[in-house]
Structures are given as structure tokens and as C-alpha cells.
Design a protein around this ligand. Structure first.
Ligand code: IPD
Ligand code: CA
Ligand code: CA
Ligand code: CA
Length: 269
């Protein structure tokens, strides 16, 4: 196993202790609202600080992009390595005691993700991937499903809270897919949704308006599990645009076609 992956796993486990302890006492959780439907708790911040402490100690020169503390340069500056951290993906679920949330930590080299962990602390499911080395769930190799047709696919999605200008385009896509698929789910933790595509629980996924920390880890899991991930035009710029489509190779192609047919001006790829 790549040494950085070991450190990421250690950091994810430390964060999970903070999250699991706080989940036992949700009544006393300190919550603040960043914007409408965008919450942050003391747990998001404490988990992020714990993760950063561990990563920093092992690799002080690496840069950091983390949801709650933003961009931090590594010691000496100029490193081509960057951690991309979502300390608690699915904060709204967590606040409500809805047991669907995760920790996502990725390592990128020159903008390409090379190591990834998505950890579900409720079910103790550790999803890991290294570029070129495959994807795993608790040490068992995972693959995307064998689903070939949209009609048989179970899809995941997320609502575009931060892209209300495009809610109509989203709903048109939703309507067509509701008629053309086996079913759709909105679990509420994008990183975990992507991990579910990687291990075959979902056959495809799409969402608009995501942030790099929601996608970086899960996207590597999918590509290492034999699936495809792209922006809305089939290109690789989803980490920049925040708009992501993923799935088994066949479902991905059919999903992309439906989404593309509803793209309106202004909805960038
Ligand atoms: C959110 C979740 C959610 C997605 C939102 C994200 P957070 O992350 O991944 O599923 O729909 O766009 O912001 O804020 O809970 O880490
Ligand atoms: Ca958040
Ligand atoms: Ca997130
Ligand atoms: Ca988060």
C-alpha cells in the first residue's frame, strides 16, 4: 500500500472518532448556517483540524484544500502535492441523525488525484483507491456493476442547491430519468454516493454544483473500479465546473446523452 494512503486512513479514523462521539449527543451540537441549506457544525471543524494535524505531521510540505479552512500552502510553499479534504460530507444528514455521511480525503499530484479514501463511520466502510492500483472496500477489491442499460439502472443524484438558476434544467433531466430508469435516490452525501457507484450499489450518478472536496476521492474510486466520470460534456474538468456524471461505462454514456439533451445556455459543462 502507498504510504500516503496509510496516513489518510489513519486521519479518516481519527475524524470518525470525533464524528461518532458527537453523533451520540446531537441535542448539544453547535450549528451555524453559512448560507441557506448550508450548515457547518463544531464537528465539521474539529474533524477537519484532526485530519490536517495528522496529514501535516507526515507531509508538512504538501498543500491543503479543505472545505472549512480553505487553501493552505505547505511548508516552504510550491509543493505539487495537495490534500483535498471533506471532513464531514453530508452535514445536513449528520445534524438530523440520518445515518448517511462520510469523510473524504484525497491526495492530488499536479492536479491529478492519486490516492483516495471515503470512509463511512456509521457502517465502518473504508473505501480506498490508489491510481493504477484498483479500488477496495475494507480490503476487498470492488468493481462497478455490470449494468448495461439505463432502464435497469439505479441512479444516485443530489439537488442543485447552489445552482438555483439551473433548477429547471435539473428537473427536466430528473423527470426524463425518473421515467427511464429502475429508480433514483438522493442519499445526501455526494462522496458516499460516488463510493456506491464504485462498489456497484449505484449504476450511475449525476449532480451539479459540487465542490472539489465532494468529488476528488469518490471519482478516483470509480475510475479504479472500472467506471467512468466526467463533466457534462464528457470531459475531465468536473473538479473545476462542479458538474459531474458517473457510472458503469454503458450507463455513463446513456446518462450523459440525456443530460446533454437538456443542457441550457449558461449551464457550463
Ligand atoms: C454536501 C453533500 C450533498 C451535496 C451537496 C454537498 P456537505 O456536502 O455532499 O450530498 O448535494 O452539494 O455540499 O456540505 O454536507 O459536506
Ligand atoms: Ca458543507
Ligand atoms: Ca461535501
Ligand atoms: Ca463537508
Amino acid at each position: 500500500m502507498h504510504p500516503a494512503l496509510n496516513i489518510i486512513i489513519k486521519a479518516a479514523r481519527r475524524a470518525s472518532q470525533i464524528i461518532n462521539r458527537a453523533a451520540l449527543d446531537l441535542e448539544h451540537l453547535q450549528i451555524t448556517t453559512k448560507r441557506q441549506s448550508d450548515f457547518v457544525t463544531e464537528v465539521d471543524k474539529a474533524a477537519e483540524a484532526a485530519i490536517i494535524d495528522i496529514l501535516r505531521e507526515a507531509y508538512p510540505e504538501y498543500g491543503i484544500l479543505a472545505e472549512e479552512s480553505g487553501l493552505t500552502a505547505g511548508q516552504g510553499g510550491g509543493s505539487e502535492y495537495q490534500w483535498i479534504i471533506d471532513p464531514l460530507d453530508g452535514t445536513t444528514n449528520f445534524i438530523h441523525g440520518f445515518p448517511q455521511y462520510a469523510i473524504s480525503i484525497a491526495l492530488a499530484y499536479r492536479g491529478q488525484v492519486t490516492q483516495a479514501v471515503v470512509y463511512d463511520p456509521v457502517r465502518n466502510e473504508m473505501f480506498t483507491a490508489s491510481k493504477g492500483g484498483g479500488a477496495f472496500l475494507n480490503d476487498r477489491r470492488i468493481r462497478v456493476s455490470k449494468c448495461l442499460k439505463l432502464e435497469q439502472a439505479l441512479l444516485g443524484t443530489g439537488f442543485p442547491y447552489r445552482m438555483y438558476d439551473h433548477i429547471d434544467a435539473y428537473l427536466r433531466i430528473f423527470k426524463e430519468l425518473a421515467q427511464k430508469t429502475a429508480g433514483m435516490r438522493r442519499p445526501g452525501a455526494a462522496a458516499l454516493d460516488l463510493a456506491y457507484v464504485a462498489c456497484g450499489r449505484f449504476d450511475g450518478f449525476w449532480e451539479f454544483g459540487l465542490s472539489p472536496w465532494d468529488m476528488a476521492g469518490g471519482a478516483l474510486l470509480i475510475s479504479e473500479a472500472g467506471g467512468l466520470v466526467s463533466d457534462l460534456a464528457g470531459n475531465e474538468t468536473y473538479l473545476q465546473s462542479g458538474n459531474l456524471v458517473a457510472g458503469t461505462p454503458k450507463v455513463f454514456a446513456q446518462l450523459l446523452q440525456v443530460i446533454d439533451s437538456h443542457r441550457t445556455p449558461g449551464l457550463e459543462a
